[in-house]
Every structure is written in structure tokens, then in C-alpha cells.
Design a protein around this ligand. Structure first.
Ligand SMILES: Cc1cc2nc3c(=O)[nH]c(=O)nc-3n(C[C@H](O)[C@H](O)[C@H](O)COP(=O)(O)OP(=O)(O)OC[C@H]3O[C@@H](n4cnc5c(N)ncnc54)[C@H](O)[C@@H]3O)c2cc1C
Length: 386
């Protein structure tokens, strides 16, 4: 059913890219996906392979080593990773989020230093907002970066970092002026190779999760870690909260786009299964319960697709507002969880077996309602605009 629908933002160039990304994933990443799930991280080598294939920093200008595309190119990547059920590769954070912070707020020197290596996969990046004591309430972060001469001295603890074990460049949300609350927040880029030897920087264990098994998620610790003042993102301190707010619509749409594609994949594999599997002498699709439930869910999938396509086009033009991005994030991820759960039910006991993709999709879907701003926070943001 979805094959006959063409997103209005797709064109020939994007279709060529889509086909080549799909082929790349089937050849290079799908065969390794189960191994990555088991070991709890994606092989470091995979980032270099992805860089070579042009999968990293697709929407970063070519002069900084990126693909020179826009958000539509990121959409193609997010969707194809989701269709391929390769959920552990943290490219959304790396290319979709951190690279854009650098591109939007970094100096020429910072862009030239980091972006080309991020595009090649030599640098893997992470973003450190969440702390053990605060997640939703970002203004309450307790990590400090106090200027002493030509350095910031970082103290504090961050948790739940996607790519936290692998990353060698971390965008840290810290207070350069704790007395100023939210207005004292800045983004400091920490190059782990330069601080790893000074003894104050440490990574915690790779956290064991319910789903997203191949994604390394970790805590990090700062104890008097010295970072050069040139690693402040942007020319002035105290702009961090505004920078975060400006970039969050893109982060939220990346999550929503992944949710939308996961819904489509779940319905596709479920439709195939219910046409094959028989009970009481009939195919599962022949029961009216199956037909009605799938009819309802296909309708919701179509609504999600039209909404997300509209958001993607607006974002590519720089016109997506924060409220609409929040709507897209909460609604699609809520629907993803409901629909994947309902699809799993049609597989019966097989749906609970990890060898069936729907089981992995079920486990992976749950986090979507929590990270990138929980769905309750999304509703707060929408309500503020009423
Ligand atoms: C797999 C994974 C990957 C992640 N990746 C990253 C990452 O790369 N970088 C990063 O910085 N963080 C990351 N996170 C953290 C994630 O963004 C936070 O977990 C999330 O923002 C929620 O924060 P919290 O866990 O502290 O929950 P809390 O803020 O403690 O919230 C707990 C509950 O209370 C609700 N709540 C809170 N405030 C309100 C309110 N005002 N009104 C109503 N309800 C409210 C929340 O919705 C939630 O249900 C990741 C988390 C996971 C699990």
C-alpha cells in the first residue's frame, strides 16, 4: 500500500540516494546488526565505512566535507535505517544533531577542524544534556564549566549519552555562569583524546537497555577537566539554552521520521505474515478482527506520513516551528508504540521471538516516547502555545 505513495519532497536525486542507501544497508549493516545487538555497540569500523559511502553529515555543506544536502537527505537516511531495522547506529545524533550545532554556531576554525572528520567517520560525536539529577528540566543542569585563564574547567556528571562509549567529540551542556540559571548555559565541545590523559575525564559502563541494544549508551564524568576556551560553541557564553531550543525541532523531527518509517515497516511485515499464517482453516487476514485493526492502523500510518512529509518540507525551508515539531514527535512515537504492539499480537508467540523483526521493533520503540524530550514535555510545549 505504501509503495504507491510518493512523498511530495522526493525527487529523482533523492530516489537514487534512497536506493543506494537501501542497498548499502542490506549489504553492509544488516548482516552485522544481530552481532551489534549482542555486543551492545556498533563496530567503530562501521563509522568509517558509512563515511566512505556518504551516509554521514549528508546535510552539512560540501565545503566542510558534508554531502551538501538538506533535511530531506537526512530524512532519506533516517527512513532507510528504520526500514532496514538497523536501529543501533547513532547517526541521528551524530549527523542530524551534533554536526548541525557545529555548523550553525561554530567558528570557521571549529567547522574546518571537526566537520570533515565527522563526515569521514574519523570523529564520532555525542551530545551530553541529561544528568542523573535532571533530564526534562534542562535549565537545571548542574555540570559547570568555569573559565580559568585560557581553559574551562568542567565538573559534573552526564548520563544516557547515545554513542557515549564510542564518541571522541562530545557537545557538553554546562553552566559557565551558574548564578544565571538558564542564561548561564553554554555548549562546550570536549575532544576526548585531549582530556583522556589528564585523569579527570571518565566514561561509565555501557548501560544495559530494554531495546536499542546495538546503541552504546553511557555515563561520563568530569572532575576538573580542562578544555581550551576555543572549544566554546559560538562567540559568547550563555547562549547554550537558546542554541538548544533552536535545534530541537530538527532533533524531534528525526525521531518522528524514524517513528513514521517504523510504523510503515511494522504494517508491511505484519500484512505479509497474516496472509501466510493460518488458524481454524483460514488465513489470519481473513478474520474480520485482523482486517478492521489493520484498516485502522493503515489509516493512522497514512496520517502520520502526510504530517511528517509536511513537517520535513517546512524544516528543509527553515520554517518548522517548535510547537508543530513537538506535535509530530509525541503523536508519531505514541502511534509507533501502539501499532508495533498491535502488529506483534498478530504474530502470536512468534512475535515474542527475537528472530522475528517485529520483536526487536517492539523493544526498540519504547524509548521513542522518552528521549528527545519526553512526550509529556511535548504536550506542555504545545499547551503553552494554545
Ligand atoms: C536510550 C536513550 C538514549 C538517550 N540519548 C541521550 C543523548 O544522546 N543525550 C542526552 O543528553 N540524553 C539522552 N537521553 C536522555 C533522555 O533525553 C532523557 O531520559 C529524557 O529527556 C527524560 O529525562 P529523565 O530521564 O531525566 O526523566 P525525568 O525528567 O526525570 O522525567 C520523569 C517522568 O516525569 C515526566 N515529567 C517531567 N517533567 C514533567 C512535567 N513538567 N510535567 C509532566 N510530566 C513531567 C517525564 O515526562 C517522565 O515521564 C537518552 C535516554 C535514553 C534512555
Amino acid at each position: 500500500m505504501f509503495e504507491s505513495y510518493k512523498s511530495p519532497w522526493m525527487d529523482e536525486e533523492l530516489q537514487i540516494m534512497r536506493d543506494s542507501v537501501a542497498r548499502f544497508l542490506q549489504k553492509e549493516f544488516v548482516p552485522l546488526s544481530a552481532k551489534w545487538d549482542k555486543q551492545g555497540f556498533v563496530d567503530r569500523e562501521a563509522w568509517l565505512v558509512a563515511g566512505k559511502a556518504g551516509l554521514l553529515c549528508a546535510s552539512i555543506p560540501a565545503e566542510y566535507g558534508g554531502g551538501g544536502g538538506n533535511f530531506k537527505h537526512e530524512m532519506v537516511l533516517v527512513e532507510e535505517f528504520s526500514y532496514a531495522n538497523v536501529t543501533g547506529f547513532g547517526n541521528g545524533v551524530h549527523s542530524g544533531i551534533v554536526a548541525h550545532y557545529i555548523n550553525s554556531y561554530g567558528s570557521q576554525e571549529q567547522k574546518k577542524k571537526w566537520l570533515p572528520k565527522m563526515a569521514s567517520g574519523e570523529i564520532v560525536s555525542a551530545i551530553a544534556m541529561t544528568e542523573p539529577g535532571t533530564g526534562s528540566d534542562l535549565q537545571a543542569v548542574a555540570t559547570t564549566a568555569i573559565r580559568q585563564g585560557e581553559h574551562y574547567v568542567l565538573n559534573g556528571q552526564k548520563t544516557f549519552l547515545t554513542n557515549g562509549i564510542t564518541a571522541n567529540l562530545i557537545c557538553v551542556v554546562a553552566k559557565t555562569d551558574p548564578a544565571e540559571g538558564g542564561k548561564g548555559i553554554s555548549l562546550i565541545m570536549v575532544e576526548t583524546e585531549t582530556v583522556e590523559d589528564d585523569g579527570g575525564f571518565a566514561r561509565g559502563r555501557n548501560l544495559e537497555k530494554l531495546g536499542m541494544k546495538a546503541q552504546d549508551t553511557a555515563e561520563i564524568f568530569f572532575d576538573d577537566v580542562h578544555v581550551p576556551v576555543e572549544n566554546l560553541l559560538g562567540s559568547t557564553e550563555g547562549r547554550g539554552f537558546v542554541q538548544l531550543m533552536e535545534q530541537l525541532p530538527q532533533e524531534r523531527l528525526i525521531i518522528a521520521a524514524g517513528a513514521c518509517a517504523a510504523i510503515e515497516k511494522a504494517l508491511k511485515i505484519t500484512s505479509e505474515y497474516v496472509k501466510e499464517r493460518k488458524a481454524f482453516g483460514k488465513r489470519i487476514i481473513d478474520f474480520q478482527n485482523t482486517q478492521f485493526k489493520l484498516a485502522e492502523r493503515y489509516t493512522e500510518a497514512k496520517l502520520a506520513r502526510v504530517f511528517i512529509d509536511d513537517c520535513a518540507m517546512k524544516l528543509a525551508e527553515g520554517k518548522l516551528d517548535g510547537t508543530t515539531a513537538a506535535m509530530a514527535k509525541w503523536w508519531t512515537t505514541q502511534k509507533q508504540c501502539e501499532i508495533v504492539d498491535e502488529c506483534l499480537q498478530f504474530f502470536g508467540g512468534y512475535g515474542y521471538m527475537m528472530e522475528y523483526p517485529i520483536a526487536k521493533m517492539y523493544a526498540d520503540s519504547r524509548i521513542q516516547k522518552i528521549y528527545g524530550g519526553s512526550n509529556e514535555i511535548m504536550k506542555l510545549l504545545i499547551a503553552r502555545d494554545i
